[in-house]
Design a binder for this molecule. Structure first.
Ligand code: ATP
Ligand code: MG
Length: 385
């Protein structure tokens, strides 16, 4: 009797030396949590994990969930049988197509199995050729590779294909970062990229209600929810910039609007980061994409914070960013129409090359600068995703 199982491979954790247990345990916890509402059994062997005893109708869900667990490099749906060679042959025939070229690739972690890997390759290959005469062997570039995995627990797994998953490092092993999450295309991708390296995320969204709509805020919540598929327990903090923007609008030169708003954003972000155990700020800036993302603009906004600011998209083109957004499922939501707080009181000619001296001179016109920041932070709304 054979059954289907899902084999899970992890990648880079191998490099982690003495810390490997820590990374592996986090990965196991994350897999357990992700599959917690699907009836199945999990086996965590050395170098490979197996999901067993699930209902066939849940198989796609199991695979889809695992695609959302960072640290999982790839999965394969395999047929499981016992050590009996006839049973292995029978199963191999059910897995293999009738035509084309193939090779058998056996791996034996149970070293006492009576056939070694080479013998399994040859003997199983021969049986397949006898039963399916339109197949031929090609050891170098076959159409199909039949993997045979002889495990120590009495199981043998047969499978052909591997499904690529997200890869990266287990979520929760890379510190915590504060993601500046707008409703646009870029910032969810920026968050995804650091979460993929194991960083836990807290998200921060700025709005200018009622200049920006309730729907614009909802959009950020929806994006955080999509990110939440990869980032368990992500929280979204929403801050109003309305009063700050009104004040800048009244007291400063119009073309400094965006630069000044962004410096407020960064100052608020640094405070929120400190209050939420975040060791860095993450944003979706890409060099030269808009006026606020020139080297000069970034220098001026970066100058108000001490925390490291990670910009994983800095060297990427828009089409490369969109490709990732589509892959992770945020793109469709991101292109829904919405207003961003950065578009409120938008000047006709935003500064492309601001200087710190001139920006500070504009800021000095705002007498209640710190009080504005305090008020914005006091009124933060937290949304649990
Ligand atoms: P995105 O597509 O992420 O909105 P963008 O190309 O529109 O980016 P900007 O509006 O200049 O670029 O914003 C640059 C970065 O600043 C964003 O990627 C995001 O990290 C942050 N940011 C912008 N607006 C907001 C906002 N309303 N709330 C939180 N962060 C924001
Ligand atoms: Mg934006």
């Amino acid at each position: 009797m054979s059954e289907n199982v899902v084999l899970i491979r992890y990648g880079e954790l191998y490099l982690k030396g003495k810390n490997k247990d820590y990374f592996e345990n986090m990965l196991k916890d994350n897999i357990r949590a992700k599959l917690s509402d699907i009836s199945c059994k999990l086996y965590f062997g050395r170098g490979r994990y197996v999901v067993k005893e699930y209902a066939m109708c849940d198989e796609n869900a199991v695979i889809d969930r695992l695609k959302h667990v960072f640290g999982v490099h790839s999965v394969s749906v395999a047929k499981r049988c016992g050590y009996d060679f006839n049973e292995i042959v029978e199963l191999a025939l059910s897995v293999m197509p009738d035509k084309g070229t193939f090779r058998v690739s056996a791996h034996r972690s149970y070293k006492k199995y009576p056939l070694d890997s080479l013998q399994i390759n040859m003997q199983l290959g021969e049986k397949i050729l006898q039963a399916k005469p339109q197949l031929t062997v090609d050891l170098h570039a076959p159409d199909y590779v039949l993997h045979v995995d002889v495990r120590e627990n009495g199981d043998v797994y047969l499978y052909r294909d591997a499904i690529r998953c997200a890869g990266g490092m287990p979520y929760g092993t890379g510190g915590r970062g504060l993601l500046l999450l707008s409703g646009g295309i870029d910032s969810p991708v920026a968050g995804y990229m650091l979460a993929k390296r194991g960083m836990s995320l807290t998200a921060l969204h700025f709005h200018s209600y009622p200049y920006t709509s309730q729907a614009a805020k909802e959009k950020a919540v929806d994006l955080a929810r999509i990110l939440g598929e990869f980032c368990p327990h992500i929280k979204l903090k929403c801050v109003s910039l309305t009063e700050i923007q009104q004040t800048i609008h009244k007291q400063c030169k119009p073309n400094y609007m965006i630069t000044l708003v962004r410096r407020f954003m960064m100052r608020i972000a640094q405070r929120v980061a400190a209050e939420n155990g975040c060791g860095c700020i993450i944003n979706g800036e890409s060099l030269g994409q808009v006026a606020s993302q020139t080297l000069e603009s970034i220098t001026v906004t970066n100058a108000v914070v001490d925390l490291p600011v990670f910009r994983p998209l800095i060297g990427m083109d828009k089409d490369e960013i969109i490709e990732i957004a589509e892959k992770i499922g945020t793109f469709k939501k991101s292109i829904e129409p919405y207003e961003d707080c950065c578009t409120v009181f938008l000047p006709d000619f935003p500064l492309i090359k601001p200087t710190i001296e001139k920006v500070e001179e504009q800021e000095s016109r705002i007498e209640n600068y710190n009080a504005l920041i305090d008020a914005a932070i006091e009124n933060i709304e937290t949304v649990e995703i």
